[in-house]
Design a protein around this ligand. Structure first.
Ligand code: C2E
Ligand code: MG
Ligand code: MG
Ligand code: MG
Length: 282
């Protein structure tokens, strides 16, 4: 009886696991198909200068316009794509689209958007892929975008303890591209490590920026001070109200991003903010 019971439980577990694996495989196929069918699009969220409130750049954020299901947010498909090599295809597509888009805006603005940067999120899996440096160089060349207008965002976890990641970041910086640490404060990087990491920009995670917990204001101030000491530019993520902005101004934070300034926008509307109506890069 105990044996039968045990086997029954194993079967239930097997069934659940099998269903989960099948669902995952189906999602992977749908992502691959959707990528081929042009179902993905890039939205652009303004990154503004804290001092002047003018647009310093945009962060490119991928969306999946899945047939019949509407706009799917990245949290629902990036983790699945990251469990396979699909994430490299997806990130490469976003990189190509975003660099071409900024080049198109620059051309349309006739010099007035030359200072604007575009930030693209790079998965750890792509960062450690041996083709990543060639991929980035090829995207810049195809778009005709100067390397110093591109920012690559990577999370802390891939930065620490991975010699391949560090080597690739150094090579990418050698191209002239900037590197930002995304969601800083949520991983295990200490403020002291900022000195030795091959990065240019620190993005403070919105959980700190939006926090009302005692001590978090001082923590944000400390991160900004330390980053500046090490020569890094600081972006505060997830700024949702004017009180948060006021604090960041006091602490001399360089850039800020969040709903207070603007949500991620489809390319045509982001372009209008910069240069008036322009064509979007396909
Ligand atoms: P992230 O890179 O940290 O991007 C910031 C996220 O915060 C975005 O979510 C953005 O819409 C959201 N956000 C911005 N301002 C505010 C605010 O004021 N309040 C709140 N509550 N949220 C705000 P999104 O677009 O859903 O992207 C989620 C994550 O998915 C990104 O986090 C990034 O890690 C990943 N991701 C997005 N696009 C790509 C991509 O092309 N490639 C890869 N590998 N990952 C991507
Ligand atoms: Mg990011
Ligand atoms: Mg972030
Ligand atoms: Mg994130």
């Amino acid at each position: 009886r105990a044996k039968a019971h045990g086997r029954g439980r194993a079967e239930v577990f097997d069934d659940a696991l099998r269903a989960q694996l099948l669902a995952q495989a189906a999602l992977e196929r749908a992502i691959a198909t959707g990528l081929g069918a042009g179902e993905f699009e890039v939205h652009y969220q303004p990154v503004v200068e804290v001092g002047s409130a003018s647009i310093a750049g945009y962060e490119a954020l991928v969306r999946w316009n899945r047939s019949g299901l509407g706009l799917v947010p990245p949290d629902e498909f990036i983790p699945v794509a990251e469990s396979t090599r699909l994430i490299c295809d997806l990130d490469r597509w976003v990189l190509g689209t975003a660099t071409r888009q900024l080049a198109a805006w620059r051309a349309a603005a006739g010099g007035a958007a030359d200072h604007v940067t575009v930030a693209v999120n790079l998965s750890g899996r792509h960062l450690t892929d041996r083709r990543v440096v060639d991929d980035v160089a090829a995207a810049l060349a195809a778009a005709g975008l100067p390397a110093d207008r591109l920012v690559l965002e990577v999370t802390e976890t891939v930065l620490v303890d991975d010699p391949v990641a560090a080597e690739h970041l150094t090579a990418l910086r050698g191209l002239g591209v900037s590197i930002a640490i995304d969601d800083f404060g949520t991983g295990y990087t200490s403020i002291g490590q900022l000195r030795s990491l091959p990065v240019d920009t620190l993005k403070i995670d919105r959980s700190f920026v939006a926090s009302t917990e005692p001590g978090h204001d001082q923590l944000v101030a400390l991160m900004i001070k330390a980053a500046h000491t090490f020569g890094l530019t600081v972006v505060a993520e997830g700024v949702e109200d004017v009180h948060q902005l006021g604090r960041l101004q006091e602490e001399r934070c360089d850039h800020a991003q969040g709903w207070w300034f603007g949500r991620p926008l489809p390319a045509d509307r982001a372009g209008e903010l910069l240069v008036g109506p322009v064509a979007t890069a396909g």
